[in-house]
Unconditional design. Structure first.
Ligand SMILES: [Zn+2]
Ligand SMILES: [Zn+2]
Length: 145
């Protein structure tokens, strides 16, 4: 489990270092994503309990774009219709399941199998800030009916 309060503080600090004015909405956005078990769509974010009274969808969208531009967030997903957003956290990697029909994204809830390979590759290639992400594709249970 991650400490959401501390992680939010760190994100807010990084916003300040990047010249962004810290806002209540920003703080609520970080908390919402940190508490979520999976990446979220723009609709889910703007309708979430923490954000829906805080700001409208356009404001959430602008905020997300800004956080992507300074490298704190990223967009995932197969197409525009199903764009999911997630936080980029140092030292925390995530692997994903993506449905090729509806575009939904889930996080893989299993120990990651490739850390040993990652170590080997890091050593062999001399890369720094090494990380990986795995994407598994298929048809989700909802789309099989
Ligand atoms: Zn699906
Ligand atoms: Zn992994």
């Amino acid at each position: 489990m991650i400490d959401t309060i501390n992680a939010t503080k760190e994100f807010m600090q990084r916003c300040r270092e990047n010249g962004l004015r810290r806002t209540k909405a920003m703080e609520q956005l970080f908390l919402t994503l940190l508490e979520s078990p999976r990446p979220m769509t723009l609709n889910e974010l703007s309708q979430s309990a923490r954000l829906n009274e805080q700001c409208d969808k356009a404001t959430v969208f602008r905020l997300v774009q800004r956080l992507i531009s300074i490298g704190l967030m990223r967009r995932l997903g197969l197409h525009e219709r199903a764009a999911y957003f997630t936080l980029l956290m140092p030292n925390k990697h995530q692997d994903y399941l993506i449905c090729t029909d509806c575009g939904s994204i889930e996080q893989v809830e299993a120990p990651c199998p490739v850390h040993k390979l990652e170590d080997e590759l890091r050593e062999k290639t001399g890369f720094r800030n090494f990380y990986h992400e795995l994407f598994f594709f298929g048809t989700c249970p909802c789309c099989q009916v």
